[in-house]
Design a protein around this ligand. Structure first.
Ligand SMILES: Cc1cc2nc3c(=O)[nH]c(=O)nc-3n(C[C@H](O)[C@H](O)[C@H](O)COP(=O)(O)O)c2cc1C
Length: 429
């Protein structure tokens, strides 16, 4: 469950009962975490950036946000079971700081911390960098970063803690060893000044869809935050993850694919569609045209409003076809005019997998993807209004449990326990 209030973006925050005034408070996040825990979800999750585009703040809260790791630390004493997955960038942080923060969160939450490892797409100007490092450079650094963190976590092993009052020995110092890392990006002596938590390790999440990103996931991730707008992309990603995990001699099932799932939910499909369109009402014509141009590869500046766009028009290679699969299906099926397309949900659709419909629609769609072996779960990013968030947690998840697709109660105490307590279907060949 997303702790970023995706359901308040666009126009959502303007609803009288949105609670937007509490956006930067712990209580706001706590309410969601408690609801998610009542639904027995594996974890709450907070993405993060280190940059603030200012223009969007005129209309909504944009990327403004409290620090996600501090936020999680404020929630752990008010919750008991639910995992806390925070985001720390390997491009802008330092492995010693990240290792310490994550192990601290793991102790404070009694084994419920998770780390979303991101290489980030922007923010260099806030960290003294002349330009954003290339994707290759960021992944080189991410690999070294995560290896250093893993070694730091083990540098002060939990079994070194003796706490022997009678003998007066606190720890076995022979077991607390420097890591003496000297690498391309970091020199870190160690050991870490927090002991290892004496329970299951901290699960790692990876978010990045390139070949390097998938390889990094195959090497070290327990979860992948996937960008898979359609089932074909999800199946393809799943197969790539299986291949890379196998190449790194890991069980492919240990790398769980969890796409973002944008949920605009209503009592009826019409209500859900209205909610979606209302949420995007201030997306301008120029912005809609830009999205259509990105999707289709067409120059639509002078395209007459009443001229249909047909599959035959799509000769130019689109820049991001997979992200606009629904739009492409619509064009293939109906050849809508430009004017019609400008007012279709498909034009405004999220980059994530998306359901605009009823709880039953969402349940059926999740079942379809799961049965196909395309996903191991999903990260819920409800949209439009607090009602979508409530329907997700109070109705959709219980329905998935009733259908035998989700747990009815927690089996364990830690995030690693929850991840291990999943349903296994055969992986797609
Ligand atoms: C689903 C998804 C979620 C992401 N979330 C974040 C995030 O919260 N913070 C961030 O700085 N970068 C985030 N990223 C960016 C990635 O860390 C990475 O920098 C970017 O995707 C480029 O790598 P790639 O070419 O492997 O996809 C995300 C990427 C994806 C695909």
């Amino acid at each position: 469950m997303s702790l970023a209030p995706t359901w308040l973006s666009g126009e959502g925050w303007r609803a009288p009962d949105s609670g937007i005034e509490g956006l930067y408070s712990a209580d706001f996040a706590l309410d969601i975490a408690r609801r998610a825990e009542a639904a027995h979800l594996d974890f709450v999750f907070r993405p993060d950036t280190s940059v603030l585009p200012v223009a969007p703040l005129d209309q909504s809260f944009g990327f403004s946000s409290v620090d996600p790791t501090l936020l999680m630390a404020a929630l752990v004493r008010e919750t008991r079971r639910i995992g806390m997955v925070t985001t720390i960038s390997t491009t802008f942080s330092h492995p010693y700081t990240a290792a310490r923060q994550m192990m601290s969160l793991h102790w404070l939450s009694k084994g419920r911390a998770g780390w979303n490892v991101v290489t980030a797409l922007q923010g260099h100007e806030n960290f003294g960098l002349a330009e954003m490092p290339s994707s290759e450079a960021r992944y080189d650094r991410a690999e070294e970063f995560t290896q250093v963190v893993a070694r730091l976590w083990e540098s002060f092993p939990s079994r070194a803690l003796l706490v022997d009052r009678a003998a007066g020995r606190y720890a076995d110092t022979d077991m607390i060893l420097p890591i003496d890392h000297r690498g391309a990006a970091f020199d870190v002596k160690g050991p870490l000044n927090v002991p290892q938590y004496p329970g299951p390790p901290i699960p790692l999440m990876q978010a990045g869809a390139s070949a390097r990103g998938i390889d990094l996931a195959g090497r070290m991730a327990d979860m992948v935050f996937g960008l898979t707008p359609d089932i074909g992309t999800a199946l393809d990603t799943r197969r790539q993850l299986t291949a890379r995990a196998t190449a790194h001699r890991r069980d492919p099932r240990a790398v769980r694919l969890l796409p973002g799932l944008s949920l605009y939910l209503g009592r009826t499909r019409a209500e859900a569609r209205d909610l979606f369109m209302q949420t995007h009402v201030r997306v301008t014509r120029a912005q809609r045209i830009e999205r259509l141009e990105t999707a289709t590869g067409l120059d639509l500046a002078d395209w007459p409003e009443d001229r249909p766009i047909t599959p035959a028009d799509l000769a130019a290679p689109p820049r991001a076809r997979a992200q606009y699969a629904r739009l492409m299906q619509l064009i293939a099926a109906d050849s809508p005019t430009l004017g019609e397309l400008l007012n279709r949900p498909e034009t405004l659709a999220a980059i994530h997998w998306q359901v605009i419909g009823t709880v039953e629609d969402a349940c059926a769609e999740i079942n379809r993807w799961f049965e196909a072996g395309a996903i191991d779960g999903f990260i819920a990013v409800p949209g439009g209004s607090a009602r979508s968030m409530e329907l997700t947690l109070d109705e959709l998840v219980p329905r998935l449990a009733e259908a035998g697709l989700f747990r009815r109660a927690y089996a364990g105490e830690t995030l690693a326990d929850h991840l291990a307590d999943g349903l296994d279907l055969p992986l797609p060949a």
